[in-house]
Design a protein around this ligand. Structure first.
Ligand SMILES: Nc1nc2c(c(=O)[nH]1)N[C@H]1C(S)=C(S)[C@@H](COP(=O)(O)OP(=O)(O)OC[C@H]3O[C@@H](n4cnc5c(N)ncnc54)[C@H](O)[C@@H]3O)O[C@H]1N2
Ligand code: MOO
Length: 471
């Protein structure tokens, strides 16, 4: 760690970068698994995929029309159409070997249908009379209504060159080509290719399962009646949504009351389905700060390394306790606002990473963006861990003039204010709402964080600031 700050209390203060560094050092990319294509969406491929069969797998028509020998159309024109005998239909899905197109002949062919032997080009139906004996048509009549269209004669009004409107075998990808490199993120186009070459599944790093758990005896769930002194639990919703947005599978656990035993039991229950645990609230210095109490006590009771390394040993009951008591969570004070009190560590038999975020709604959300989102993305094996950061000119809030009170920032802390960003040639950002970490209304209207560095005590309108784009 590069820098530390001693506070008046003598307690060490961590920088944002130090805390993030520790988290990213501790979390590991998840073990790869084979997932069905749609479950693999957004995941990182860990295998190099080669093409087993050429695409297209056979020469086929790119138009609805007539498969012909190009030479037969050489002199065709509106004034003097080439007249060819129609020997049948080739529909998509047919094997393409039933018909052979000889000189003076044509087969009616549909888009994607295999080129019949003998034919070397396709005349789009719009360049023909469609077998009607009149002028050029705009479309074929449905086979069910006009079965005679697959026979008779067709007048071709324009010449085609060999291979016209033919998609050749291997014209897209060839057998043996590298379809996708390991490390590719599977978006819809990559899933298109994998399915097109016949792969039902791919080997990827899975999405982490993130359990979001809020704490606080004051919390009611949306939809319930609020009793005196209660507020609605917004953190567990906001962070479950943020976890999904980061790429995780999120499990939201409703609020746990400020009781250490209940919290421990809940965490133990959740460990089974968690690759990462996130809690909110209860990490400050109050008498009911339950997360700190529950996990500090556990860490204090921790058994020696050897014992913790073998959670399966011992009598029933004892096992579970050991597993849980393997927790080590480091509660820290960070030089940032909001988001000062933070905790990070591991818990349970699998040493599941746990991040304990502060309870104030804006604090928990900003903390998530800065620490949990990169952790999730690192577990997915993604290269891009962070939100994009840009420089922008700081302007007064919408509706306010230059005389508006300028931004201030506590010295020694990195401040993250909510803002609205406008891109373009001269990017601009305006603060929205104040610095209070309870201001959810303003957060909901922000699409950016304005970053004022540790050394700054404020920022003047018109100055250039760093901006994190929330997307
Ligand atoms: N004496 C001190 N008091 C506080 C300090 C300090 O240094 N000394 N730090 C303040 C800061 S900064 C923060 S941030 C908070 C963090 O406190 P906790 O993490 O212990 O969070 P709680 O006390 O549980 O809650 C804080 C606040 O947020 C509301 N809250 C909590 N959970 C939710 C939720 N799921 N949905 C909506 N709102 C929630 C809660 O009701 C409180 O108002 O501590 C300061 N205090
Ligand atoms: O640091 Mo607290 O997270 O400002 O409100």
């Amino acid at each position: 760690m590069s820098s530390t700050t001693e506070q008046a209390t003598g307690a060490r203060t961590w920088s944002v970068a130090e805390h993030l560094d520790d988290i990213l050092t501790a979390v590991q990319p998840l073990e790869p698994i084979e997932l069905n294509l749609l479950d693999a969406q957004g995941c990182v491929l860990v295998e190099q995929v080669t093409v087993p069969v050429a695409l297209p797998p056979f020469d086929n028509s790119s138009m609805d029309g007539y498969a012909v020998r190009a030479a037969d159309t050489e002199k065709a024109s509106d004034a003097s159409p080439a007249v060819l005998t129609v020997i049948g239909d080739v529909a998509a899905g047919s094997s393409g070997t039933e018909l052979t197109v000889g000189p003076g002949r044509a087969a009616r062919i549909m888009t994607g249908a295999p080129m019949p032997p003998g034919a070397d080009a396709v005349v789009p139906v719009e360049w023909t009379d469609g077998g009607t004996g009149g002028g050029p048509v705009r479309a074929m009549a449905p086979h069910s209504a006009s079965p005679e269209g697959s026979g008779g004669q067709v007048r071709v009004h324009r010449a085609v060159t060999p291979q016209a409107h033919v998609r050749t075998r291997g014209g897209d990808v060839c057998a043996g080509d590298v379809a996708l490199e390991a490390g590719t993120v599977l978006g819809p186009p990559q899933i298109a290719l994998l399915s097109a070459i016949g792969r039902p599944a791919a080997r990827v790093r899975p999405r982490p399962r993130v359990v979001v758990l809020s704490t606080g005896s004051e919390l009611a769930q949306p939809g319930e009646e609020l009793a005196a002194g209660q507020i609605y639990d917004s953190n567990s919703f906001a962070l479950a949504a943020a976890a999904r947005d980061a790429g995780a599978i999120a499990y939201r656990v409703g609020a746990v009351t400020d009781d250490a035993e209940t919290l421990r039991a809940t965490i133990e229950d959740q460990l089974i389905r968690a690759d990462l645990l996130v809690t909110t609230g209860g990490v400050s210095v109050g008498a009911y700060d339950v997360v700190k109490e529950a996990l500090t006590a556990v860490a204090g009771e921790a058994e020696p390394e050897e014992a913790r390394a073998e959670p399966g040993e011992g009598e029933d009951g004892e096992e579970e306790e050991r597993a849980f008591h393997g927790a080590h969570v480091d509660f820290r004070t960070l030089a940032m606002q909001p988001g000062k009190p933070q905790g990070f560590g591991t818990i349970g038999p699998d040493r599941t990473p746990i991040l304990t975020l502060p309870g104030n709604p804006v604090s928990s959300y900003v903390s998530f963006e800065l620490f949990v989102r990169p952790a999730i993305r690192a577990m997915m094996g993604l290269q891009e861990l962070h939100r994009p950061t840009v420089r922008a000119t700081l302007l007064p809030p919408h509706g306010a003039g230059e005389e508006a009170e300028q931004l201030t920032s506590p010295e020694g802390k990195r401040q993250f204010l909510r803002g609205t960003y406008t891109g373009g040639e001269r990017p601009e950002v305006r603060p929205v709402g104040g610095a209070g970490s309870h201001l959810i209304g303003a957060l909901a209207h922000a699409d950016a964080l304005i970053v004022l560095p540790e050394a700054a005590t404020g920022a003047a309108w018109g100055s250039e600031v760093e901006v994190v784009l929330l997307g």
